[in-house]
Design a protein around this ligand. Structure first.
Ligand code: HEM
Length: 151
């Protein structure tokens, strides 16, 4: 896990703009299929949020959030991010998480979420190099999710 954070360290100071991220995403356009498509993604996202809601440091952020809707939005986002057919109708990540950052969302929460997602993929016995690609993609949202200043 830790080595995967290395590119992120430089990304943190630079911040990824939307165009950068789109370019990175298109470079792994078949990741969605290689991960197992919708069946795998739906199972992964459901299991991921079950773990998130079991973590007392993360669960309070989801108070008053409809988890059915959240799961659908996350599946749509992941499809889009991983180059699959997508119908993402959610907000951009900076807008969606601004309220949470004001409530104290920070680095430790972000790392915990990424670790839970990684553990979920590993439980599903997804190939390690695909996990690495998926996690790198998710980790690249760091600046937006935590609403860091853009360079
Ligand atoms: C690691 C990268 C992350 C990604 C890719 C991600 C993705 C998303 C997406 C796609 C949405 C839906 C946007 C919308 O509501 O329109 C969302 C909302 C949300 N996320 Fe994240 N998220 C991430 C990290 C986190 C973290 C670390 C937390 C808190 C522990 C969190 C908590 C939430 C909550 C509570 C909402 C619902 C906000 C609301 O409805 O007001 N997310 N996220």
């Amino acid at each position: 896990m830790r080595p995967l954070r290395a590119p992120l360290a430089s990304g943190r100071s630079e911040g990824f703009c939307q165009a950068d991220r789109r370019a990175r995403m298109s470079a792994v356009s078949s990741l969605f299929e290689r991960l197992g498509g919708d069946v795998a993604l739906q199972a992964a996202v459901a299991s991921f949020y079950e773990k998130v809601m079991g973590d007392p440091s993360l669960e309070p952020f989801f108070a008053n959030v409809s988890m059915d809707i959240q799961i659908k939005k996350m599946i749509g986002f992941m499809r889009m991010a991983m180059g699959g057919p997508h119908d993402y109708t959610g907000r951009d990540l900076r807008t969606a998480h601004r309220r949470l950052v004001a409530q104290g969302l920070g680095e430790a929460h972000f790392d915990a979420i990424v670790d839970i997602l990684e553990a979920t993929f590993r439980e599903m016995e997804i190939e390690e190099d695909l996990i690495a690609q998926a996690i790198e993609l998710v980790a690249s949202t760091h600046g937006d999710v935590l609403c860091l200043e853009q360079a």
